[in-house]
Design a protein around this ligand. Structure first.
Ligand SMILES: O=C(O)c1ccccc1NCC(=O)[C@H](O)[C@H](O)COP(=O)(O)O
Length: 220
């Protein structure tokens, strides 16, 4: 995942094409009915087929049962499963083994103590996504809220730990986020939208360009 850029929550062929043309390494499709970015199986299948061989295809699931995972895997044929709920390390291991797909576990970070979860998940998941914890309001989504966490919390991490950074990134702050956290991969959803669930091709291009420039810059 070195220097990888993921655009999450794509739900139209036009914005997916913009992400692919701009050089996204990963594209994400959300399977969570309460999300404004949710794709049904038919649309997800169509979008995933458009991306096949051009970028890694990620299906995002939240505390999904095996049957729901099975239908998403069958229809969307993902290259990676992103688990964005409260899945335990045991559940992550079971999903990985049952579906024979690499998994990326999202871990919510709000304070230093949240980093304690990293050891258990890094032993099992293929990738870790460090994201902001959702606000404690009943209507908040488990992710995709456009909120950053305090990136300084990551400065003491073992430099060998590879993770994807997300939460409130946008074209204007992604370079600083990469510089501060040394994240080897970045992920965005709200920061390339004009309204919840409505992606903007220009913002997608700007985000990928800014991340690429940051990764090309000499390390300070
Ligand atoms: O995007 C959603 O609607 C969503 C719903 C449920 C769980 C996760 C969800 N999104 C996760 C992401 O898009 C990102 O991986 C991450 O949370 C960053 O989002 P953002 O802060 O909006 O860039």
């Amino acid at each position: 995942m070195d220097h990888a850029v993921k655009i999450c929550g794509l739900s139209t062929p036009e914005t997916l094409e913009a992400a692919l043309q701009a050089g996204a390494d990963w594209v994400g499709f959300v399977r969570f009915a309460k999300s404004p970015r949710h794709v049904d199986l038919s649309l997800g299948q169509r979008l995933s087929a458009l991306a096949k061989g051009r970028a890694g295809r990620v299906v995002l699931l939240v505390d999904a049962e095996d049957a729901a995972i099975a239908e998403a895997v069958t229809a969307l044929d993902p290259d990676l499963l992103q688990l964005h709920g409260h899945e335990t390390p045991e559940r992550v291991a079971a999903i990985r083994s049952t579906f024979k797909k690499p998994v990326m576990k999202a871990i919510g970070i709000a304070e230093a103590g949240d980093l304690a979860a990293l050891d258990a998940y890094s032993a099992i998941a293929d990738h870790l996504l460090l994201d902001a914890k959702p606000p404690k309001t009943p209507e908040a989504l488990p992710g995709g809220n456009g909120l950053p966490f305090d990136w300084r919390l990551l400065t003491g991490l073992d430099p060998r730990l590879s993770f994807m950074l997300s939460g409130g990134l946008n074209p204007g702050n992604v370079a600083e986020a990469i510089r501060l956290t040394k994240a080897r991969a970045v992920d965005v959803s709200s920061g390339v939208e004009v309204a919840p669930g409505v992606k903007d091709s220009g913002k997608i291009e700007a985000f990928i360009k800014a991340a690429r420039a940051a990764y090309a810059a000499p390390v300070s």
